[in-house]
Design a protein around this ligand. Structure first.
Ligand code: ATP
Ligand code: MG
Length: 413
């Protein structure tokens, strides 16, 4: 099958010219270049994807170096892995030397040796991700599909390439469900059976790698579908016995998307995922996933603030009191509580903090206070704080109001 038409239709011309040029340079040294992985899958289903992965039968790093020398591309090479990234103004291209992988033990990183395109496709996760398109001039656009990925795409199936796939690399369990839910596919029946049998193999995977796969899930349009399915299959409890997927999570994830920027979402989803945990129950998960310090603090703060909400809810608070109460917590934790808590006075306070109070600044700064005769040090700190509180509570509005207040304070101090 030739995909020349699909390539023309879905890839921007500039990107295509580039890829052809790379393939031309490779041909001069008797090397062959192929498009592989996600982009091939997405071309066949008519889904835009400009994240191009190229496999080189030869030496990808050397080829990338040559391309970078003759063009404006930035080069990032990993000699040890035989991979290189070329950065252009609007795209990046990933080049990898075709390789063969063997697993010394389950869950370990594979031993890598140079190989053919066929070897490279055989090491991949699912048949739909194990196709390539030739970029050589003599068979340009030809589909290479040794594992019948196209047939599986047509039958909407996620299929592993061999029976040891999930035990060799159990991150594929998380990947399988991510694609299943993204594409609305089913697990092929033997793949489904092996997935269930190999869930315990997740224990062989490092925290960083599991966290990375969760982050990829959290970049999906609707990660709650993936989370719910992982819960249903018993995958989540293998990571932490307290992790759940349910309607509540789905509703809160959806709300998070409506209220937040996409870049904030992955961290926010982590905080929402542990909202029903007791404080003592998150330690194991933080350690298991090797969660970085800042996110770990946000997750802790989420639960600490949650325990405070009933108290905040019963006491009428001035804006300045709300501000000084909440500024101790990571903004992400406040966000998570604003999303996850029930409509209440406390929830309104959290929203007020996030949308307004945290941005309030006094008009006067230290320099101006000095000119009013207030000396730097604790005295000035005090004045600035009183000004800030007055501004939060609407007791001063203009610069003139602030000056007046500052002067009267300096007389008393
Ligand atoms: P996406 O649209 O999610 O980016 P993708 O196919 O580009 O899909 P990547 O995670 O970017 O997925 O990985 C690129 C390719 O590398 C995949 O298509 C797959 O062939 C291969 N791959 C990635 N992770 C694994 C894995 N754990 N085991 C085997 N092959 C993998
Ligand atoms: Mg990709």
């Amino acid at each position: 099958m030739n995909l020349d038409q699909q390539i023309k239709r879905y890839l921007p011309r500039q990107l295509l010219e580039l890829v052809k040029d790379i393939s031309g340079q490779a041909a001069k040294q008797k090397q062959r270049v192929y498009l592989v992985g996600g982009v091939v899958r997405d071309l066949l289903i008519g889904y835009p994807n400009f994240d191009l992965d190229l496999v080189v039968e030869g030496d990808a790093v050397k080829l990338a170096q040559q391309v970078a020398e003759t063009s404006q591309a930035r080069l990032l090479a990993h000699h040890r892995f035989g991979t290189a990234k070329l950065g252009y103004e609007n795209f990046t291209l990933d080049l990898a030397t075709a390789r063969k992988e063997t697993y010394a033990e389950p869950g370990a990183l594979p031993t890598v040796t140079p190989g053919t395109l066929q070897d490279d496709l055989l090491r991949r996760d699912f048949s739909i991700n194990a196709m390539a398109i030739s970029l050589a001039s003599k068979d340009y656009g030809e589909l290479v599909d040794p594992h019948k990925g196209k047939n599986d795409l047509e039958h909407r199936l996620i299929r592993i390439l061999h029976n040891r796939s999930f035990s060799d690399d159990a991150t594929r369990i998380l990947r399988a469900i991510r694609y299943e839910q993204r594409l609305g596919f089913r697990l092929e029946s033997q793949t489904a059976q092996l997935l269930k049998l190999d869930i315990h193999m997740l224990d062989t995977i490092s925290g960083d790698r599991i966290r990375h796969e969760l982050e990829l899930i959290f970049k999906e349009k609707q990660p709650e579908f993936v989370i719910n399915r992982l819960a249903e299959l018993g995958v989540l409890p293998r990571i932490s016995p307290f992790l759940k997927g349910n309607g509540w999570i789905a509703e809160k994830f959806d709300r998070a998307r409506r209220l937040n920027k996409p870049t904030q979402l992955p961290s926010l989803y982590f905080c929402l995922l542990i909202y029903s945990f007791k404080v003592t129950e998150i330690e194991q998960l933080l350690a298991r996933l090797n969660i970085p310090t800042k996110l770990s603090k946000a997750m802790h703060d989420t639960l600490l603030l949650k325990t405070k909400l009933p108290f905040i809810d019963t006491s009428p608070l001035k804006p300045s009191e709300i501000y000084y109460l909440l500024r101790e917590y990571e903004p992400l934790a406040i966000q998570a509580n604003a999303i996850a808590s029930e409509p209440s006075m406390a929830q309104r306070y959290l929203q007020l903090f996030l949308t307004k109070l945290r941005y309030v600044r006094t008009s006067l700064d230290g320099e101006e206070l000095k000119r009013l005769g207030i000396s730097a040090g604790p005295e000035m700190g005090k004045v600035l704080q009183i000004l800030h509180k007055a501004k939060l509570d609407g007791e001063v509005k203009t610069r003139a109001d602030e000056k007046k207040l500052a002067l009267s304070l300096s007389r008393k101090l």
